[in-house]
Design a protein around this ligand. Structure first.
Ligand SMILES: Cc1cc2nc3c(=O)[nH]c(=O)nc-3n(C[C@H](O)[C@H](O)[C@H](O)COP(=O)(O)OP(=O)(O)OC[C@H]3O[C@@H](n4cnc5c(N)ncnc54)[C@H](O)[C@@H]3O)c2cc1C
Length: 192
């Protein structure tokens, strides 16, 4: 995946993990989807589909009446952020409180998927991503055409991305000194 000035990580460049971007998208649950309509920026939280086997796209869906779907389906530029919060970092120095995280920021453009079979295939894959092993026909019914018709599906072809990661303990000047005032450590939120 290419990177340009738009996806260069300037603050803490040593935390750039472009090679982990695919895995972060695979693990993420919520995409924060940014776009501009009539000069007004919106950032909308949405579920998404991402398949590591097809790393150049993510898929977003919603009501055909949704603003986000309407704007994205028009091919407007979109910026999507996915974040995994791994830990809360506390320090003896106020400024060194932080978070351990992994995140991806990607840029692309939307394209509406209208073919009914393609739509259903992607929705089925999305159900499998969030609920591994959940089978259409056994665990839920095949959706009727009417339901597919009122649900918009947009593919965002990824033009470029970068990943960023912070891990490890706090880095305040006294955080390794047990005799110094206060406390320091990490509240782990997930196993990394
Ligand atoms: C974790 C999560 C996952 C979601 N997944 C999906 C999904 O996969 N598909 C889907 O269609 N919807 C999903 N939603 C709901 C989604 O965030 C939007 O509310 C919905 O899609 C309508 O978007 P819209 O573009 O039409 O917003 P509009 O109705 O045009 O928004 C109008 C105003 O409300 C604000 N707004 C919109 N959404 C929210 C929100 N969630 N919280 C607070 N303010 C909001 C907007 O910023 C704007 O100011 C999800 C919400 C969450 C929190």
């Amino acid at each position: 995946m290419q990177r340009t000035e738009r996806t260069r990580i300037r603050n803490h460049p040593e935390r750039a993990v472009p090679e982990q971007a695919s895995e972060i998208l695979a693990q993420g649950m919520v995409a924060h989807v940014g776009f501009v309509e009539d000069g007004i920026p919106y950032v909308i939280p949405l579920s998404y589909h991402y398949d590591k086997g097809v790393p150049e796209s993510i898929y977003l869906h919603g009501s055909i009446r949704s603003r986000a779907m309407r704007v994205l389906a028009s091919g407007a530029p979109v910026c999507v952020t996915v974040t995994l919060t791994d830990g809360l970092v506390y320090s003896r120095k106020a400024m060194n409180h932080s978070m351990n995280y992994r995140s991806v920021v990607l840029f692309g453009k939307g394209r509406e998927v209208t073919d009914e079979d393609e739509k259903f295939g992607l929705f089925d894959s999305m159900v499998q991503r969030y609920f591994p092993g959940r089978m259409v026909g056994d665990d839920y019914n095949t959706p009727p055409s009417a339901d597919l018709g009122v649900t918009a599906l947009v593919e965002v072809a990824i033009e470029e991305w970068n990943g960023k990661r912070r891990l490890g303990p706090p880095t305040g000047p006294d955080d390794d000194d047990p005799d110094a005032l206060g406390s320091a450590g990490v509240v782990e939120l997930r196993e990394v």
